[in-house]
Design a protein around this ligand. Structure first.
Ligand SMILES: [Zn+2]
Ligand SMILES: [Zn+2]
Length: 228
């Protein structure tokens, strides 16, 4: 059923995943229900677990993260990984509103109250190749839906950190040290938005920095979470 080819949705307002079911906005019911939803997750780090529990996973109990919580919509699996990669590497930006909707659906209504939404920034070099920061586009969609201000001028990536794909969690942490900077006054509760969370090293670095600048609580909002 899943057919990400073609761009017929443009003409017929079809489901962005299967390209069928004209008239349905963004995604049809069947594709929506089939998404790799991250239903049971640790409330602190969003790693998957067998059953829902209000208690953090063993890892978070042993080494509590500096952020307050992570809200993640889906496992980083097909077709969500494909949607993200199309938006990110092929500039198929029409997938952004769908990704934002999935993320919004995964955030419980009582957890949506933040003072400011900040996208994970991109360094200049990456911005030149990708042309646009997808995290900013996602953040804007969420801000519009929630009526929450979005700002990308407070947090900056000041150093190019290269590809992190093949680095371990510890190497990533090392690599990211001092690569972000904060400008201006920040409110108490901030949501940091990104498309994918892998080891959490980026969010940990950003959280540490924000907590040194007036911010009291950081929550992470990501569309997808890798399973390890
Ligand atoms: Zn569909
Ligand atoms: Zn955890």
């Amino acid at each position: 059923m899943i057919n990400l080819d073609g761009n017929n949705w443009l003409l017929n307002n079809q489901c962005l995943v299967c390209n069928l079911h004209p008239g349905e906005p963004l995604i049809c019911h069947a594709c929506y229900n089939d998404l790799p939803w991250l239903d049971h997750r640790c409330p602190r780090c969003a790693l998957p677990r067998a059953l829902d529990s209000p208690h953090p996973c063993g890892h978070c109990q042993k080494e509590p993260p500096r952020w307050q919580q992570i809200q993640a919509a889906c496992h980083y699996d097909f077709p969500v990984n494909e949607l993200i990669s199309r938006a990110k590497y092929q500039q198929q930006l029409h997938f952004i509103p769908l990704l934002a909707e999935l993320l919004l659906d995964a955030i419980p209504p009582d957890q949506r109250q933040v003072d400011l939404i900040i996208p994970v920034p991109m360094d200049r070099q990456k911005l030149r190749t990708r042309r646009v920061n997808h995290a900013l586009l996602l953040a804007k969609q969420l801000g519009k839906a929630l009526g929450t201000p979005v700002a990308d001028h407070h947090l900056h990536k000041v150093r190019y950190t290269g590809q992190q794909k093949d680095l371990s969690r510890r190497q990533r942490q090392q690599n990211l040290k001092g690569s972000f900077a904060v400008k201006g006054d920040l409110p108490a509760r901030v949501a940091v938005v990104d498309d994918v969370m892998t080891t959490g090293a980026t969010l940990a670095e950003i959280t540490g920095l924000l907590l040194q600048h007036q911010v009291k609580e950081v929550v992470g909002w990501v569309v997808a979470r890798t399973d390890a």
